[in-house]
Write a protein that binds this ligand. Structure first.
Ligand code: PPE
Length: 314
């Protein structure tokens, strides 16, 4: 499916037309995968567009940069403001936002120090990640034959473009076998995460998710769901999760900025719980959407409103 194009993309401090947002083919990132990125959503609320957990995403972007010794030539505040301006300038209401920081064009060779660190911010409308039906009916997924990267190979706490070569293997294998998504195990055989989502289990009323030792991305939706679950009085357990715990769980679901809270109906053909969105999954989904869509009070300060009346020079 083609992009839902909008007017402008922000590149290194300037708004450029969508079709002009280009980089040189000899940029470092093209050859060595040297990018880090974020993915976040802006939701339509009765008070206007609202970015969900903007600060958290930008903190993680800077953390990813730190791990890879990349110096981002803008402050967090400048990037936050540029994202707000980007949504306003494109007159977007609800959208997905993709900040990406990459080693640019100067020369080649693995040593990246001579190449500039470039920053691009893009936003466009993006529907339900794993399909419109998925939110209620759940998705049928498999456990991948590909493992998530081993510790001390590629740092999985960094959201680096290169990690998504592993994700692509997981996703392509799953699709070629007729599944919507794949769940990767870590190198020790414990559950890690989906190709683009964290994973949660409900077992006897407890919420369980793999701990950071299992090569998972520190997901912002993951953290959100943990907070919401605690508020509902659920016990939250972060621990290594054996594969078979997935099959016998009462409920299993994915979380992610793109995937939001997507229930899993079947894993490797085994029906999970009632084979649809489970009761607790539905309660968490409702709590999440009530906040992001402005129906419930934003008591954690998770939303950043985008002033729509603001005119931004392009
Ligand atoms: N694990 C992985 C591997 C991952 O890619 C994501 C987000 C998550 C966990 C959840 O993190 P968070 O979004 O902070 O809750 N995946 C992003 C990219 C998806 C894509 O296809 O591109 C996303 O959801 O934006």
């Amino acid at each position: 499916m083609a992009f839902n194009k909008v007017d402008k993309i922000w590149m290194n401090g300037q708004f450029v037309n969508w079709d002009d947002a280009k980089i040189h083919v000899l940029s470092h990132v093209v050859h060595y995968g040297s990018s880090i990125f974020e993915g976040q959503r802006c939701y339509s609320t009765p008070k206007g567009p609202a970015l969900f957990r903007l600060d958290e995403h930008i903190i993680r972007l800077f953390n990813s940069a730190k791990i890879y010794r990349m110096e981002i030539p803008f402050t967090k505040e400048e990037i936050n403001q540029a994202i707000i301006d980007l949504i306003a300038v494109n007159k977007l209401d609800s959208c997905y936002v993709r900040p990406v920081v990459y080693r640019g064009y100067e020369n080649l060779g693995v040593d990246p120090r001579n190449c500039p660190v470039d920053v691009t911010l893009a936003a466009w409308p993006w529907g339900k990640y794993l399909g419109e039906e998925a939110m209620e009916n759940g998705v049928s997924v498999c456990v991948s034959s590909w493992n998530r990267n081993a510790p001390n190979t590629m740092p999985m706490m960094a959201k680096a473009g290169a990690n998504y070569m592993n994700s692509q293997l997981i996703k392509l294998e799953a699709i070629s076998h007729g599944y919507v998504e794949g769940i990767a195990l870590d190198v020790y055989g414990m559950v890690s995460e989906g190709s683009g989502e964290n994973i949660f289990l409900i077992q006897r009323g407890n919420l369980i998710t793999p701990s950071f030792g299992s090569s998972v991305l520190p997901g912002i939706t993951r953290r959100t769901v943990i907070t919401l679950a605690k508020e509902m009085g659920l016990k939250v357990i972060e621990e290594p999760v054996p594969r078979e715990a997935l099959y016998i769980a009462d409920e299993v679901f994915f979380t992610g900025s793109a995937a939001e809270i997507t229930p899993i109906s079947k894993i490797d053909g085994i029906v999970i719980g009632n084979g649809k969105a489970g009761e607790i999954s539905k309660k968490l989904q409702k709590a999440y959407f009530d906040i992001v869509e402005g129906r419930a009070e934003d008591k954690h300060g998770w939303l950043t409103m985008v002033p729509t009346s603001k005119t931004v020079k392009s």
